[in-house]
Design a protein around this ligand. Structure first.
Ligand code: GLN
Length: 189
């Protein structure tokens, strides 16, 4: 399978690694700009966006990642990762934001930890998948070239833009492999 990198500072990077390995990808952990060499896809996991953003900045990975995403690399960004990928974040913008994807993220828009929930989401117009939402962001003002893959109560919770797949929920915590499979299909060979 393709060589994919998982940003491994904080958050659910282990779960992403395990899911991707179960699909036959060869997984590299990303902590420094050099780690990006030869990688065709990158996962930016959920966790705490301010913490991950600070690490991205301090490590020098933020500009390196931005450059490689603009060039050819695919991206799967979940929850906090998706917040960091968006061009705009409501409120104070976290440090280390990649700011590539034309959309605005509203942090914690569905409430705090205790308002975590699961929901059945029709995936790309087909069978539902179970979405796990933990302090999830809302996506607003999706820009040109975006395509919604899943909605919850009419609001987009997963969408595609170029080779970037952004997801408000946590596919790495569920059993359904379709989100990761979709990401691997975006990785150039
Ligand atoms: N609300 C968190 C943040 O803003 C994201 C939560 C998550 O990734 N599960 O970083």
């Amino acid at each position: 399978g393709p060589a994919v990198g998982v940003v491994a500072f904080q958050g659910a990077w282990r779960e992403h690694r395990n899911t991707l390995e179960s699909l036959g990808a060869s997984v590299r952990l990303l902590r420094r700009p050099e780690d990006l060499e030869g990688v065709s896809g990158v996962v930016l996991p959920g966790g705490e966006s301010t913490v991950i953003g600070r690490f991205l900045e301090q490590s020098g990975l933020a500009p390196a990642l931005r450059a490689s995403l603009e060039e050819r690399t695919a991206l799967l960004a979940t929850c906090a990762g998706a917040i960091l990928a968006c061009r705009e974040v409501e409120g104070s913008p976290p440090q280390g934001r990649l700011g590539l994807v034309p959309a605005r993220a509203v942090r914690n828009a569905y409430g705090g930890q205790r308002e975590s929930f699961e929901a059945d989401l029709p995936w790309e117009g087909g069978d539902s998948l179970r979405g796990i939402f933990i302090r999830a962001p809302r996506f607003e003002d999706l820009g040109e070239g975006t395509r919604v893959l899943a909605r919850h109560r009419g609001e987009p919770v997963a969408f595609l833009w170029n080779r970037c797949l952004l997801c408000a929920f946590h596919p790495e915590l569920g059993e359904d492999l379709r989100v990761h499979r979709r990401f691997l299909d975006l990785c150039p060979s």
